[in-house]
Design a protein around this ligand. Structure first.
Ligand code: SF4
Length: 189
């Protein structure tokens, strides 16, 4: 019986994911710990919380808590009281965590993707983004998209300022770096 192409791709994605992390033990981190480090490097200040990290990973709060404890013990991440409301917890990478991310083995997979697509991954990116949207909708999860693609993003409302953009939802100024970060509140424009 002929296997549908969609199923073939699903097998392929699963195998790629396993192969990409097999035999890799940089920094003595497990895959969940690497995912958490990547998230903290990419998420904006409104999204670096244990709850948002759990949503992003599709994991439980308890599992994420164990992951964060391990990262703190290794000196790669830290928790502090939120600067916005003082009650919730804010997460951040330490300089050591940022340094370790430079050795992230995901760059090996990125090189394989560049080689496999002739250095033009735009079509593959668009297709995988569409697949991810469908999976997120099925799981009733959040997109965690990039800020400048959000319907609440107001571009260059303060030209020349350190934070020239603005978030209409949270009523907060946004820097250029913020505009490239991912956000738990993002809604596609
Ligand atoms: S504009 Fe959207 S993505 Fe950016 S901070 Fe606001 S809610 Fe988040």
């Amino acid at each position: 019986m002929k296997i549908p192409r969609s199923l073939e791709v699903a097998y392929l994605l699963g195998r790629l994911e396993r192969l990409a992390r097999s035999g890799v033990n940089v920094g003595g981190l497990n895959p969940a710990q690497w995912e958490a480090l990547r998230y903290l490097a990419r998420a904006n200040r409104f999204s670096r919380t244990p709850a948002a990290l759990a949503d992003y990973l599709g994991s439980t709060r308890g599992t994420v808590s164990q992951t964060l404890i391990a990262l703190e013990q290794k000196g790669l991440a830290r928790r502090s009281a939120s600067r916005r409301d003082g009650r919730s917890v804010e997460l951040a990478l330490t300089p050591r965590g940022e340094a370790l991310l430079k050795q992230d083995h995901i760059h090996d997979l990125a090189r394989d993707i560049a080689a496999g697509t002739g250095d033009d991954a735009a079509d593959l990116l668009a297709a995988l983004q569409a697949v991810l949207r469908a999976t997120i909708a099925r799981n009733e999860g959040r997109a965690f998209g990039v800020c400048h693609t959000c319907r609440h993003f107001h571009c260059d409302v303060r030209p020349g300022a350190a934070s020239p953009h603005h978030c209409g939802l949270l009523d907060e100024p946004l820097s250029r770096a913020d505009s490239e970060a991912i956000c738990q509140e993002q809604e596609i424009a």
